[in-house]
Design a protein around this ligand. Structure first.
Ligand SMILES: NC(=O)c1ccc[n+]([C@@H]2O[C@H](COP(=O)([O-])OP(=O)(O)OC[C@H]3O[C@@H](n4cnc5c(N)ncnc54)[C@H](O)[C@@H]3O)[C@@H](O)[C@H]2O)c1
Length: 279
């Protein structure tokens, strides 16, 4: 049986851990040759080595996606190594510091936007140029439910993720007649190092005392019981299925959006959030 991405070349930014790592592995499992890009060299090299050990093809490229020269070099390296670029998951991102709008520092704002919004645009710009030369490709930008609904305490993050959705739609409209599809995925709460860091930043007790008893709280400290979580309306909103998502569940959405199985899908912001934004 043919794999979904047989002989395709796929780039994943932020591929060293979390959703990006799972995406790199899922791309490889579908037959793609992988470029893992990240600022974490040891972890990124390990992901590429793991794919090779499994019989796949992969390289690691150090790249800070907020730097245009580094992004251009990353795409150039992909093309030098594998000859083309078919799929790109623009996944790298940071949560920034937790601070409501009135307290958000300019430095926090600028860095969060530089990575999460400008970085995605820099990656898309370089990827699109290559895909235009080839006559096709598929891009998936990793946004967030924070781009669809408010994420209190993370204004720069929310603004960036909303911006990624607008950017995705614009690029999709610009290139849909040229064989390039551009979509966004909007994950809900996914169990990764980022969500652990984010939850650590939140003073959950101050915001919602009941959240101390939630499954979200369990993720950061293993506090109280699962039954208590089900009684909590706030956490029912965040995790309607009664659980967080796993990075592999986002990776599968990205694989599908990059594959020909999604050939008529472009310009979409697909929430993969266990029903969070539907409730
Ligand atoms: N985990 C969640 O609940 C969740 C929810 C919604 C959206 N997201 C988004 O999913 C994406 C992946 O998140 P994650 O949870 O796997 O996070 P993570 O922190 O576990 O992994 C992010 C990866 O991106 C890399 N990275 C950060 N800044 C970079 C830069 N400037 N250049 C290159 N690489 C950089 C990190 O080194 C890391 O390997 C992010 O865009 C995040 O905003 C995550």
């Amino acid at each position: 049986m043919t794999e979904l991405l047989q002989d395709k070349v796929a780039l994943v930014t932020g591929g060293a851990q979390g959703i990006g790592r799972s995406t790199a592995l899922a791309f490889a499992a579908q037959g793609a040759k992988i470029i893992v890009a990240d600022v974490l060299d040891a972890e990124g090299e390990a992901v590429a080595a793991h794919i090779r050990q499994l019989g796949g093809e992969a390289i690691f490229v150090h790249c800070d996606i907020s730097q245009s020269a580094a992004v251009e070099a990353m795409v150039a390296r992909a093309v030098e190594t594998y000859g083309r670029l078919d799929c790109a998951a623009n996944n790298a991102g940071i949560e920034g510091e937790m601070s409501p709008c009135a307290d958000c520092s300019e430095e926090n704002w600028d860095r969060t936007i530089a990575v999460n919004l400008k970085g995605v645009w820099l990656c898309m710009r370089a990827e699109l140029k290559q895909m235009l030369k080839q006559g096709g490709g598929a891009i998936v930008n990793v946004s967030s439910v924070a781009g669809l609904v408010a994420e209190r305490g993370f204004p720069a993050y929310s603004a960036a993720k909303g911006g990624v959705i607008a950017l995705t739609r614009t690029a999709a409209a610009e290139y849909c007649k040229l064989g390039i599809r551009v979509n966004a995925v909007c994950p809900g709460v996914i169990h990764t190092p980022m969500i652990d860091r984010t939850l650590h930043q939140m003073d959950l007790t101050a915001m919602f005392p009941e959240m101390r008893r939630s499954v979200v709280s369990r993720a950061i400290g293993g506090l109280l019981s699962r039954q208590a979580w089900f009684t909590n309306a706030m956490t029912n909103f965040i995790e309607p299925m009664g659980r967080h998502g796993e990075p592999e569940e986002i990776a599968q959405v990205i694989v599908w959006l990059c594959s020909d199985a999604a050939s008529f899908v472009t310009g979409q912001a697909l929430a993969a959030d266990g029903g969070m934004t539907a409730t």
